[in-house]
Design a protein around this ligand. Sequence first.
Ligand code: ZN
Ligand code: ZN
Length: 298
Amino acid sequence: MDYFKKLEKVITYNLDRRGMEGVNLIGELEKAATSLKKADTVLIVTGFVIKDKLFGETDGPIGTVSVAKALKMLGKSAIIITDIYSEKILETALELAGLETTLEIVDKYDKTDFYEIILDKYKPDCLISIERPGEAADGLMYSMTGECISGLVPSMDGLFKEAKKRGLCTIGIGDGGNEIGMGKIRRYVVDNVPYGDIIAASFATDYLILAGVSNWGAHALVAAMSILFNKDLLYSAETGEKLLKAIVNVGAVNGMTKQNTLTVDGLGLDENIKVFNGIRAVVEEYMVSRGHQTVTKG
Ligand code: ZN
Ligand code: ZN
């Protein structure tokens, strides 16, 4: 029974609406989770600004908290990096999850050696991007509808390029083709996604997890880690719901509708819970097969 393939299948929900249903990345999830085995310190970058609202979206931070919490449960350290638009969202989500971790806010992106400083300071073994705008072929960053967001939002491509130079492992999680890591399927995005020729991100991470919503890709990574480490690391659907409510309360917006509602990428709470429960079910099936009691924890 291939649990990883099951997880990869669950998170394809909604990909047809993004023009992404034809991508084949089978095996990437397991490889990404395996690469975290040897890592002690992991940097996670997230936060996608919505230009009209000058605020971050609901997709990304929830998945980030999910991964950071799992890493902590394994005794690893997670450092989260975002920008001013998603600062309040991350602060709120981390507090609600009871997770004490370093939150680094990038605002001095004009400093050319900023990324060297960050990597020297934290000495990570691995970098993960969860729904973070990535530079397209022209070096600029775009929303899914082709609006340029460069100049507004600090580029974190430099961090990943420097990490690659240093031989660190990199993982990308995205849903639309314009996020860091999508260089791995750039040709597909250019040919199949609306505005793909403009928005397709150019940096290819070592491993790429594509999901109908990036938060699901992050939860699937946690589920894959749960299987590899033989320990249930995934929080409950209730916690996920509480996190979404809390970040919407402080202003997080839906990346598609640009509205401050209880939704992620145009999908309501029910659909998000349905997919989350699909991911949870795979973890529980594995745990039962190994003789563990399944307890839905916080
Ligand atoms: Zn996206
Ligand atoms: Zn998204």
